[in-house]
Ligand binder design. Structure first.
Ligand SMILES: NC(=O)c1ccc[n+]([C@@H]2O[C@H](COP(=O)([O-])OP(=O)(O)OC[C@H]3O[C@@H](n4cnc5c(N)ncnc54)[C@H](O)[C@@H]3O)[C@@H](O)[C@H]2O)c1
Length: 202
């Protein structure tokens, strides 16, 4: 069943969870993945851009976690996977806003893991490195332009920074998420797993 909602809206998320419960009667897994990237020099951050980024990347995840928590507590079981980023663990210039929201996701993941663990619920985060999706192509164009590079040149330089010398395919991040949502990961909680091809080693 596919539903759409704006994660910035508490009522829209509430309605989505209610519709899922009505159809399926339970929720076993939450993957809080919706996110946007914006970046730029610190002096040029418009307040409304910051507020919107926080609303999507951080409030959206917090609200999803808070709405699914009572459902999973009632079940005595569940797995939550929040999508952070390597930008939440390390950082680079012109990404203060994005990094701040993704570090926030790691913090809320740790606290939620402590709070929900006694109810049989695991809460983990995944921190992808550059992954070949629409987002990274947009980022490549924006950041590349500031460095005098084409999008492809910037992507190639990011690949060169990894141990594996390539960027991630979306399926490779999905596999980590599926593992954390599975019974094989029942004893893993509060972690922020780096799926970055060895980027952090550089
Ligand atoms: N692609 C990367 O290199 C990369 C690296 C690290 C982390 N991430 C994170 O992975 C997640 C998925 O990103 P992606 O690369 O697939 O990007 P994407 O732009 O391809 O997909 C993002 C999705 O979020 C949805 N979304 C955006 N704002 C929303 C809102 N207000 N309400 C509901 N949905 C909304 C979009 O519709 C889209 O489906 C994001 O949280 C992103 O920050 C991506």
């Amino acid at each position: 069943m596919a539903l759409s909602c704006d994660v910035r809206s508490h009522p829209e998320q509430e309605a989505a969870f209610a519709a899922i419960l009505e159809e399926w009667g339970r929720i076993d897994v939450l993957v809080a993945c919706a996110g946007v990237y914006v970046g730029g020099p610190l002096p040029d951050i418009p307040p409304e851009r910051w507020e919107d980024l926080v609303a999507v990347n951080l409030t959206g995840v917090l609200v999803a976690n808070s709405l699914v928590a009572p459902i999973m507590i009632e079940q005595g079981r569940g797995a939550i996977v929040n999508i952070s980023s390597m930008a939440g663990k390390t950082s680079w210039p012109n990404s203060a806003e994005y990094s701040a929201t993704k570090s926030g996701v790691i913090g809320l993941t740790r606290s939620a893991a402590m709070e929900l663990g006694p109810h049989g619920i695991t809460v983990n985060a995944v921190c992808p490195g550059n992954t070949l999706t629409a987002m990274v192509r947009q980022v490549a164009a924006e950041i590349g332009a500031t460095l005098g590079m084409t999008a492809d040149q910037w992507l190639a330089s990011r690949a060169e920074d990894t141990a594996l010398k390539r960027l991630a395919e979306p399926e490779e991040i999905a596999g980590v998420i599926a593992f954390l949502a599975s019974d094989d990961a029942r004893y893993i909680t509060g972690q922020s797993i780096e799926a970055d091809g060895g980027l952090i080693l550089s």
